[in-house]
Design a protein around this ligand. Structure first.
Ligand SMILES: [Zn+2]
Length: 108
């Protein structure tokens, strides 16, 4: 399977990408939705703060993201997003390591 292009969830841009979790209710529920934002959309969403969803609990430059760190976000409860959809967003595909780690976690 070809590796998909990784781009901003809002505008499709590819500059200064960050993996973020957008929380639903700050202070109450830290498990946010995994999204990929470019530098510009990340800044704009933050500035406008249209609602609780604009607050990022996690923001990691995409170059630092690894399969192990990705899985760790789930282990520690920072997100409950579908891991298959989220890893396609972040890595352009579902890395074998993530599939293995998440499957053994599901069984655990
Ligand atoms: Zn963008």
């Amino acid at each position: 399977m070809a590796k998909g292009r990784v781009s901003c969830s809002v505008c499709g841009g590819a500059e200064v990408l960050h993996v973020v979790t957008a929380g639903f209710t700050p202070g109450k529920h830290r498990a946010g939705r995994v999204l990929v934002y470019c530098g510009e959309c990340r800044r704009r969403q933050w500035d406008h703060t249209p609602g609780p969803g604009a607050v990022y609990d996690v923001s990691i430059p995409i170059e630092l993201m690894t399969p192990a760190l990705f899985v760790r976000m789930y282990e520690t409860g920072w997100t409950q997003s579908s891991w298959e959809i989220a890893s396609e967003m972040v890595f352009g595909r579902v890395p074998a390591g993530i599939r293995r780690m998440m499957k053994s976690r599901d069984r655990g």
